[in-house]
Write a protein that binds this ligand. Sequence first.
Ligand code: GLU
Ligand code: MG
Length: 470
Amino acid sequence: MEQTFDTVLDGHERARRGARAAEAARRLAGEDIAAVALTWVDVSGITRTKTVPIGRLEHAAIWGVGMSPVFDVFLLDDSIVSGRHVGGPVGDLRLHPDLDRLVPLAALPGWAHAPADRYAQDGAAHPLDARALLRRETGRLAAGGWTARTAFEIEWAVSATPDEFTPACHGPAYGMARVSELAGYLRALLVALDRTGVSVEQLHPEYAAGQYEVSVAAEDPVGAADTAVLVRETIRAVTLEHGMHASFSPKVVAGSVGNGAHVHLSLWREDTGDGPANAMAGGPGPYGMTDAGQAFAAGILDRLPALLAIGAPSAASYLRLVPSHWAGAYACWGLENREAALRFVTGAEGERDHAANLEIKCFDGAANPYLALAALLAAGRSGLDAGLALPDPVEVDPAGLPDGERAARGVRPLPVSLAEAVAVFEDDAVLRDALGEAVTDTVAAVRRGEVALFDGATPEEIAATTRWRH
Ligand code: GLU
Ligand code: MG
């Protein structure tokens, strides 16, 4: 039987967590922290929460906080579909804070945050818990001697108004004017992220009206997904504090450039004495990839159409994922090619051994970051197991190639709708095997629910319904 990589909450583990939580609560209370938000991300990519006063943190660490399993079949508008494995008002799960990731939220004074793991009443991991799933997938990679380093780029657009989108700044794309206009806000954001322990690498004004982006240091996969949640909630809080509103939607305004949540991913061979080695550099493959790095990349490239049901999971995702918008609408790869769904980034000469990585551009911020990384790792691992090789890279905007040449080069358009993506996803045996029947069927049920929700809706209606949800 396969190793589960799950922690079972037996008496010993509960006692250990209780003692740690009591100590953390004392320390946080001394810093005027009054409440802890325990968060998990649902299948629709929405961060949901139960909170406890600091005095209950110890109890929550030992026994968890009650929470219905029905959230696994919530849609982005809070309506509920029924799945084969979940649905209905009956049953209870326990949310347990991960004490290793408990941090004061600098952007919400008096509050701390802990990502939560969902357990059944008997102390076993909930089969639909995305965080546990990612931990398991990381474990499977580790069993083969590999680790992954990952990070999400977060794009968001700032509005002066809460309903309609009114850009809160007017400077041009990448313009310094846009920094000057909102300098106090952006500074407060960087300070809050730093105080929350997030390692920011850069912040810049993006292309679309009112749009910015922050990139953070790579971490282990679960850490990177936790950080994506933390960064987003910090941005949201600082934006509100400054009297503005942040949209992370894949398509804030129909017809404009959307928000991506590109994933950066590198594969590392475990330390065999001279430190861990990046499989994306120093090898004989294309642009210096090792054979393993190439196989991992090819595994992801092969499955991109199916992966979209996880990484571009909303109707609005397909308004964003259009050619020539730097979103990566074609399943192909290329060095530094911003129109390739899989972009290879080597970094500057001299830093490649640690900097070279894959960027998955077609993913957006409606994705559950835990599910997104679990599915990417599973796809990469299948490529590793099969020893796949990459096709030739594409060095141009694939949209500009004549149809015949595009097909001859093996460049496929990605699914153009959520319905198309979910159909490919359901047929993908590798993802089904890695995610499990319950997760696969539940993801499909939620996606089909969203397809039905937006049946007949115009792009404007989809953008308006989605704008403030994630
Ligand atoms: N906003 C673009 C997207 O939808 C990405 C721009 C960039 O290359 O960073 O993914
Ligand atoms: Mg960007």
